[in-house]
Design a protein around this ligand. Sequence first.
Ligand SMILES: Cc1cc2nc3c(=O)[nH]c(=O)nc-3n(C[C@H](O)[C@H](O)[C@H](O)COP(=O)(O)OP(=O)(O)OC[C@H]3O[C@@H](n4cnc5c(N)ncnc54)[C@H](O)[C@@H]3O)c2cc1C
Length: 456
Amino acid sequence: MLSTLNHDIVQEKIISDARHRIVIVGGGAGGLELATHLGDRLDEKGQAHVVLVDRAATHLWKPLLHEVAAGSMDANEHQLEYVAQARWHHFEFQQGEFIDLDRARKVITVAAVNDEEDVEILPQREIAYDTLVLAIGSVTSFFGVPGAARHAIAVDTVTEAERFRRRLIAACMRAQNRIGEPAGQKNGRPMVNIVIIGGGATGVELSAELRGTAQVLGAYGLHHLDPRRDIRITIVETGPRILPPLPERIANETASLLKKLDIDVLTGEKVTQVQKHMVLTAGGKRLPADLTVWAGGIEVPKVLADVGLPVNKQGQVIVSQTLQTIIDRDIFAFGDCASCPWPEKGKSVPPRAQAAHQQAGFMYQALRRRLGGKPLPVFEFHDHGSLVSLGRYETIGHLMGKFIGRTVLVEGTLARLLYASLYRQHMVALHGIMRMLLDTLAQWLRRKTTPRVKLH
Ligand SMILES: Cc1cc2nc3c(=O)[nH]c(=O)nc-3n(C[C@H](O)[C@H](O)[C@H](O)COP(=O)(O)OP(=O)(O)OC[C@H]3O[C@@H](n4cnc5c(N)ncnc54)[C@H](O)[C@@H]3O)c2cc1C
């Protein structure tokens, strides 16, 4: 099935008097970069009309969410208004959730938008397309574990990350004032127990950020707990080690760093149930939890399967290497929501910001060729390695690529700079180099004049 379009990539010339309508659904790490490039280069010259649809009004690069959850980053300083970006870069923005697709009529349906008081501000709409690009990303998968969706927080959106931060501060204050029933006490001392389910990059990075946050909150007098002794952070991982996709050496070094930060790591423990104040594992462990975070896997919103697109087990739309769906050449999908072959490794391209960024660049070139009636190129993923940030304590990871020829371990300042450069690349794609430099300077100056952690 996957190869049905691979050998048939010559595109029919698009014959249309009116401007070709490119509708991109999802303005995340990939979709917003694509809309910006296309708006700047095609819409402004009248070669196509570009429409971006997102259910939210603002964009925040998703890998920053764990810092927002820990309070070490103020989301307001990094969020971008879609309407403003659309005006600056000559595309149209339509807010609303994508809920339906009519392939015969070539229209999508976008749900009505309500305000905070639940009063409708935008009606349900149909949006016509000539080319549809789906980039709606992924959400946390709870794998059907009883109680997980109800009692664990998933850090998928700014709202959830902010909710977690407020609950963290509340839990610390409640514990020090002994209000309610703290999930656990040690030798009569109040304790806050945070359980993070999932020892992948997100869980590991969040745990280190939280350790830093607990110390800063204490320094500002928001709690009088001992940040190391009274705030217990535990990572629970099903596999035999943390950071499963990364080389073992990096996982081991990270595990020793976590140990130094007094972060407990339980490996080989499958979570079987999440209760309000307890996490239960198949190995019989009962972990007290004031706050439980689920960082254990992803799935794609069901809407893509519901509208009849072919999907895999995780709900990702199956696409060929041209990023076209295997049933409709006018529909493309990329980023986390797509399963794109990676023939070199015999698997799919991993759901990472790095891949979404590369695919956005590829899609821009591919759509230009499509408009010109030229054959489409095929997407090749270049894995440049992975970096894991342990907040202000350490950054570690590995680099790879055809120029390096082998995997190289990086840590310390170089790793920190490379980690930061991933976000800077995204900012350059959205705003250009000059504004990225100015924004970076402004953020650095703000950091000098505000507390390191958002306190309320
Ligand atoms: C906490 C965290 C840390 C991470 N850290 C890293 C990292 O360090 N490095 C890395 O490479 N990757 C990281 N990732 C993964 C990375 O964020 C994703 O791979 C990347 O964001 C995928 O980009 P995308 O464009 O496919 O989707 P997203 O960036 O998720 O964007 C999807 C967009 O679609 C919108 N949307 C969703 N459903 C609908 C709908 N029905 N209708 C309309 N709009 C919709 C959303 O509002 C969103 O704007 C991290 C993820 C998380 C959660």
